[in-house]
Design a protein around this ligand. Sequence first.
Ligand code: B12
Ligand code: SF4
Length: 460
Amino acid sequence: MTVLMVWPPVKGGRVHGFLPLGLGCLAANLPAGWQARLWDAVLAPQPASALVAEIERLQPRVVAISVWDFNMLGAREVVRALRERFPGLPIVAGGPAASGHGEGIFGALDVDYAVAGEGERPFRQLLDALGSDALTAEAKAAIPGLIWRDEAGRAVANQPVWEPLDGLEHCDYELIRFGEYLRHGYRYGMHSRAKRTAPLHTTRGCPFPCEYCGARLINGTRVRCRPIPDVLADIRELRERFGVDGFNILDDNFTFHGDYAKDLCRAILTLDLRGVSFCAPNGVKVECLDEELLGLMKRVGFESVFIAPESGSERTLQRMRKRIDLQAVKEKLALIKRAGLKAFGFFIIGYPDETAADIRQTIAFACRNPFDAVVFTCFQPLAGTPVAARLLASGEIQSLPEGVDYYQVTYAPRGLTLRQMKRWRLWGLLRFYTSSWRRLRTAFANYSLKRIAAFVLKLR
Ligand code: B12
Ligand code: SF4
């Protein structure tokens, strides 16, 4: 039996930092008797009519679609075309948007089932039941994270379960045509000399309660570590088959279990990986850094450490429920520098109820601490997060943005306009990068003048 996996089109065509990793993970963990095919409208932009033709050719038993808020518009278009042409074909959605929307996903997307949380095990159970025509209400109720309709048509959302990562196959790189992505310029990871980069997972989960973040809806609040031999096997495979020379650890909190991170670094040092760099571009929990870990990271091939204070305003940090100690940030920045690593900072501006004074404090904090580079992102409410729920409930926003990337500004706190937010962002970057020669050099060392000019134009 075939499951056709769908990576929907995104506005603006190809997105080279954006891989169908979730679908690759599901495909690597299918039940016996099932095979996966992938229809990928990001690697090869194509209209929904091409998917209809593919379904006529492959005659799949199920369609599985991976949905982020970012690709929701494309997902909707594809699902609409499938519904019209193949009304009886089961469509299952999963991914960050399914996790974020919960049972609300049926309002956003006309699918039969959805899965919130990690998909490997629930999807295997769902396919098993579908394939043997045993998908009774009891069977549906027993699948963790499954979102389904009961006999009265009411949406039911089962509680996801976040199990240990042992025994999970990682990702089917063949199915997602990772080699093709690399040939088409796939690249993720800022400020790295690596030419062929690949994502790498070592842990899943995050225990922190930041109110703007949707990560724990997908990966839960317990940080689970992959067995180190599995991670090494991934590294070897990606290095040997695809010539990868830069690994981006996509974990939410790579350093959360310090001993695991250290053991992993030591294990990586036993591999012959000359010329290979590592990066954790989502940021690491700053409090979890110590001298020994930073030293090991440097030896493994980290060039920089990304941390996410998010704000220089204590008032905003409290509102975000961001548990971070700005004094500790200063101390750890010194440690990062002493280890010979560069320090990158992520900041959010325009959080609900922020004032111009809070934003000024954030920019000042970034400028006066020894960061080599920073990013100021304008706040965007994400499905399923407490802050988005509050904004919707209070009527401050009527709906959540869909199809937007990092650069678009879709929200401004009361008292500020979208235009002002764009100006604050640009002003912050200008102030930061012109505040020292070292920072300006870092920017020019990593990006050409043309790229910097294009970036600034995009931010206006
Ligand atoms: C790495 C990452 C990225 C990478 C891309 C990763 C990639 N796939 O190539 C980059 C940096 C490009 C990125 C960008 C963005 N990201 Co991002 N990203 C992440 C991060 C840290 C990990 C995502 C990942 O790849 N995980 C690994 C794969 C295997 O997991 P997965 O895709 O979720 O799949 C699993 C399940 O979701 C499920 N599943 C997935 N598909 C399907 C389909 C079916 C049928 C089923 C049953 C199950 C299923 O099973 C999979 C295996 O368990 C997450 C945080 C997190 N913890 O998830 C944020 C996250 C997904 N990102 C987020 C956002 C908002 C963005 C941006 C839209 C930011 C913005 N507003 O501008 C951009 C959009 C893309 C763009 N190009 O601009 C939000 C998503 C919120 C949402 N509801 O959509 C998250 C949750 C972060 C957050 N703080 O809330 N991101
Ligand atoms: S922002 Fe980072 S620390 Fe906070 S909940 Fe999300 S992943 Fe965890």
